[in-house]
Structures are given as C-alpha cells and as structure tokens.
Ligand binder design. Sequence first.
Ligand SMILES: [Zn+2]
Ligand SMILES: [Zn+2]
Ligand SMILES: [Zn+2]
Length: 326
Amino acid sequence: MPKGSKTERGEIYKDHCVQLLLSKFVSGELSKLTPVYDPKRGYRYMIAEKIVGEPATTDDFLNDLFDAGVLERELYDKIIYCPNCDSANVSVHYCCPHCKSFNIRKSALIEHVPCGYIDVEEKFRKKGKLVCPKCGKELSKPDVDYRKAGVWCTCNECGKSFDIPVPLHFCRDCNRNFAFEDALYKDIYLYKISDEAMQETALGLILIAPIREFFEKHEFNVETPGFLKGKSGASHMFDVMASRGGISRDITVIDLATATEDVVSEQSVIAMFAKVYDVSPEKAYLIAIPKVNENGKRLANLYNIELIEAKGQKEALKYLKATIKE
Ligand SMILES: [Zn+2]
Ligand SMILES: [Zn+2]
Ligand SMILES: [Zn+2]
C-alpha cells in the first residue's frame, strides 16, 4: 500500500486530535496503541477514543493515520461480528454436519495397540480403569499399550457420528445463529507511530513551536506547516511559513532536515530548492541537524538558501533568531 507523502502528513498534523495523539508517542507516554477487548463492542482503543471523543469514528481516525504513513500497524487479532446486530459477543458452536445441531458430544478415540481395537474412551472406562472391551486387558501404559487415535463426535439430536464438526456462530445478544459465510470478520491492529512521523512531529513539537512563538512575537503571520502556491500552480509545503501583512508580500519559509546518519545529504537542499524556485519567497532557511554535507553546503549557497547548522534544537533556534534579527 503506498504511504502518504510528507505533504499529506503535513495537512494531517494540523488536526488537533492528531497532535494530541502524536504528542503522547513523542513524549514517550505511549509506545504502542494496544486494542482492549470489550465483549459487547469488540476491540477498542481507549486513549484514541478519549482524544477523538467519538468511539464510533475512532477506527476511521486510526485508519486514516495509517494510510498517510503516520502510524504503522501489525495484525493483533481477528474478530467476528454478528451480521444481524453488529455485536462482538459471539460464541462458536461446533455442530453436527448432518442436522446442524450444536447438541453434540465430543469423545476421544482410543486404540488398544496389542489387539488393534479402536473405540471412544467411554467404552474403555470400567470402575475408574481403562479396559479393552474386545480382549478384556487393562490399558495402563499410554503410548505403549494404548494411544489416542483422534476425536469422535456423536450428535445427541440425530444420533449420527462424525469426526469433524461444522463450526457455526451464535450471537449472545440477538440469539441468532450464523455461518462463517455471513460473519463479519475483521482485522484488529496494534498501532505504533511511524519513524517518519516520529521525526517529523518530534521536530515539530520541540522546534517548530518556539519558532512559531518567535515569529508571532514579531508580528508575523505564521503557519506550521505552511502551504504556498508556486508559479507552476503546484502547492508546496514548508515546515514553517511566516509572512508579514501589507501590500508587498514578505515571506519567510523554513524547512527542517535531520540526519538519521551523521550528515544531512544534499537531497534536502535540492528538495527545498525545487519548492523555493517555484514559490520565490523573500527568505528561505534550511535548518540542518546536525550538519549538511559539503555538496549540500555548496548547493545551498548557489541556490540562495540560508543554511542553519545546529547540533540540536536549542542551538538551531538561537542561530535562527540571530539571523532573522539581522
Ligand atoms: Zn446479533
Ligand atoms: Zn445431528
Ligand atoms: Zn484389546
């Protein structure tokens, strides 16, 4: 399944509910979102439900975040819902394949190895012992003189015997029986934040919030992320877009790039340049944590992108403030 782009996620991060949920992952309060079983409703994600405020839409909320690549998931369980009333309070009935009654008796089949006689366990039971009904010998050593030879079922309704019963479902809420064909069979997932979203939101929460405050203090309009339409007609996303009102537009755009290895590659510079070229803001900053490679530096210089290299968020903010005040 194709995962959403950074631009798509940028839109999603604006949602307050999403911010609340992700901040729990970023702060470490939550490492995974585990479903909790509720016999009536099936699985529920209590923390997400509280944030969304609407239990019925929580599944869609999580699904959308998965589609956009914000959350990752793994199969946790499968659940059966009643096709008639949507209840998850469903049991399994093993039924007679002949008359479909669930009133069946399950027995173990035993083989008396020396004489080869096979029958259900009850036929061997005599005064607390196991005795072969054919040759009369006592069965004492499991796996040596007798062994389990499978399962045998007998229907209490029609009296017929069979080895494999038919599973049918029974809804404990509306008391209807239904077969697998009609059952609603749903995947239940355990969710985690994706690496991309962790990086994007961790930066956002720790670095973007103070940048935002800084611009607001200087009476800029700030959007995080900000979207700008370019000459080409395409809309581009920047991690921060600050503009000052008035007739002439005075737009500052900022992108953040963090290195998963040691240095940020020139790719981040090139990607930003493609957007800056189309949008032509007054100022463009690329904050690289911890630093950009040589090629990236050269290109930033060539493209007129101001590079801010910083070891961490604090340092980045300090440099940014100093640069913008100049
Ligand atoms: Zn039902
Ligand atoms: Zn039967
Ligand atoms: Zn025997």
